[in-house]
Design a protein around this ligand. Structure first.
Ligand SMILES: Nc1nc2c([nH]c(=O)n2[C@@H]2O[C@H](COP(=O)(O)OP(=O)(O)OP(=O)(O)O)[C@@H](O)[C@H]2O)c(=O)[nH]1
Length: 143
């Protein structure tokens, strides 16, 4: 019987799905959060969100992450799928799913100790997670 050789270096783990939400106020301001101490890239700014759990829908993960991290309820029916991208970090290969969210209940609070900043006109917090930087220019056009 013919044996098959597998080149193990060619096997890549599946990317980790991440649900990311961009809260947009009627004024056009968007919410950014600073990654807390203890996470990879601590101190970097990002849009709120987190990893999708096994067997969890991406939109369900988005709702859960906003409850856990910010203490707010977003309306999943009004969350608008916006764009996605893959990025390979030293710690993980992530697949980011971005949603625009204009409808939520509650006032966002940094429940994991993270700093929050509403940004309007231009994004002036630094540094920003590398995978998120290219999206900022498009975002300012979308808001
Ligand atoms: N939330 C969020 N994550 C992003 C963005 N851009 C980006 O590259 N990521 C990456 O997506 C991944 C999100 O994972 P996370 O560690 O924050 O997820 P989590 O909240 O579920 O954390 P946990 O595993 O500690 O519970 C990180 O590797 C992060 O670097 C962004 O704009 N927002």
């Amino acid at each position: 019987m013919e044996s098959k050789l597998i080149n193990k270096s060619a096997i890549k783990p599946a990317p980790i799905d991440v649900a990311v939400g961009i809260l947009i106020k009627p004024t056009g301001e968007v919410l950014m959060a600073q990654r807390p101490v203890g996470k990879p890239y601590a101190g970097y700014w990002e849009f709120p969100g987190g990893k999708v759990e096994t067997n969890e829908a991406i939109l369900s993960a988005l709702v859960r992450e906003f409850q856990e991290e910010l203490g707010i309820e977003i309306n999943p029916d009004q969350a608008q799928p916006w764009c996605g991208c893959d990025y390979v970090y030293p710690h993980a290969h992530v697949r980011l799913h971005f949603y625009l969210c204009r409808d939520w209940h509650g006032e966002p609070r940094g429940l994991e100790g993270q700093q929050l900043a509403w940004q309007g006109g231009a994004i002036d917090v630094q540094p920003i997670l590398p995978a998120t930087i290219p999206l900022l220019e498009w975002l300012l056009q979308a808001c």
